[in-house]
Structures are given as structure tokens and as C-alpha cells.
Design a protein around this ligand. Sequence first.
Ligand code: NAD
Length: 259
Amino acid sequence: MGGRLQGKVAIITGAGSGIGRATALRFAEEGAMLVLNDIQEQGLQAVIAATDFPDRHTYVTGDISLEDTAIRLAQTAVQKYDRIDVLVNNAGIHYIEDITEISAEEFDRCIGINLKSMFLCCKAVIPQMQRQQKGSIINLGSISSFIGQEMMGKSTVLYNITKAGALQLTKSLATRYASDGIRVNAICPGGTRTNQITEEHTKNAVTMDEFWKFAGDAHPVGRHGDPSEIANGILFLASDESSFMTGAPLIMDGGYLAR
Ligand SMILES: NC(=O)c1ccc[n+]([C@@H]2O[C@H](COP(=O)([O-])OP(=O)(O)OC[C@H]3O[C@@H](n4cnc5c(N)ncnc54)[C@H](O)[C@@H]3O)[C@@H](O)[C@H]2O)c1
């Protein structure tokens, strides 16, 4: 059995649903050992149960905006498998609100979950990757890393700031740690059908039919993405197939940014 991630140890945050879940299942198919995180335990148990060899994988439940959770994740991987080959900084929340309506507390919360979590996990895994002189880190950016956006009349300014930050974190770590064999890339999906989008838009009183029509129309391919399509991009970045790629965004957006 020789999968594209055979024998590699991969940490994935926010793995209980959506893109994180699809990535975990794809990685497991390709032979990886998984160390998963989510704030909700039920989703993690379900993902691991859905893999062919559940005993190979483990998880750490907790809020990934807290340093303790990031440290426990890295320690669990090293204690159980003695290495960390891949980190996917995937956990995140969407946020739609104009700047004048966002409280300072909400700003901190969104930055904490979407961006500080990436800083904390990179900080926790890089020393181990340096010891190995090899590693691949993938940060979840977005089309929102590049552009201003409004949805249903309101701005996504706060979310966009976090995703632009994810891209800059990617570049800064890529140049700093290239000589240690650590590659750092970002994946930048367009609208992808997951809970994150569903929850945010239901909260904003838009019917899902309306939203998915809007999302489909906004992408030249005429539809939203499926989490499994994004997982395939993350697999490419995690595997040695992308060995000459670092500090770069992989845009998977159905042509959204090309318009
Ligand atoms: N869905 C899209 O259209 C889209 C587009 C571009 C980028 N992204 C990014 O993809 C990533 C995954 O999002 P998704 O669309 O799969 O959404 P999702 O809501 O299905 O998954 C996000 C997961 O993160 C977990 N999570 C939330 N807060 C957490 C915390 N504090 N600690 C640990 N886990 C936490 C959630 O429980 C959930 O399982 C996010 O970073 C998101 O911004 C999504």
C-alpha cells in the first residue's frame, strides 16, 4: 500500500466538518496518520470512525485560538508518532459585518480563531520540523485574502483581514524556513459548500437557496466548490509532489478571481 502520504503524520485543525473533514479523510486514504483538532469532539470521533483504520489516528479537542491547545496538538503528535510531517491550519469562522458594527471583542475573537491559531500552531510544530529538516505547512487562505468583498449588502472586512494575514504568514515563514526543508503554502478556496457558510448566511436571514444561487453566479464555473475538491489541493501541497512550491497561494475558486 503506497499512498501519496504513506507513513506521514499530519495535524489538521478544525477537522470535524467541511474542508477539514474532507482533508482528513483524503489524507487517511493516502496513508497518513492523523492528529486532528476541533472545538467539538463529536465531529472528530465521526471523522476518525469513517477512516479505514481508525486505530492509526488520534485527536485533541480544544479551542485552537488558545496556546495550550496548539502545544497539546504538537506534543500528542510527537509522543505518539515521533514526528510531524504536515500541519494544515484549517480551523476558521466566517464573519459578515460592517466595520462600524463590529465590537472590539468580536474583532479579537475572529482574529484569534482564524489567524492567531495559525501563529500558535506554526510556533508549536516548527521546532520539530526543523529537527527533521522537513515539513509542509498549509494555511487556509481564501479568495478573501486578495480582495474587498460584500455579501448581501454587508462587508466581510474582518474575515478578509484574517485571510490576508494567513497569506502573509505563509510568505514570511516560507522564506525564513526554506533552508530547514520546511515548505509553507496557502490554499485559497472560493465559495465552498460547508457549515461555515451555511451558519453565517442563515444567521444573516438569507435563505440557503438564495445564497447558493448567489454563490454559484459569482463563480464563472457557475457553482460553489465541494470540500473534496479543496481537499485534493491540500493533498497536493502536503505531498512531495509540490516539492518546489513554497510561499505561494494555490487558488481553487472556480475562476472567481479571474473575472
Ligand atoms: N467554505 C468556504 O467557502 C471557504 C472558502 C475559503 C476558505 N475557507 C476556509 O476553510 C476553513 C474551513 O472552513 P469550512 O468552510 O470547512 O467551515 P466549517 O465550519 O465546516 O469547518 C470549520 C471547523 O472549524 C472548527 N472550529 C471553529 N472554531 C474553532 C476553534 N476555536 N478551535 C478549533 N476548531 C474550531 C469548527 O468546529 C468546524 O468543524 C476555514 O479556515 C475557512 O475560513 C472556507
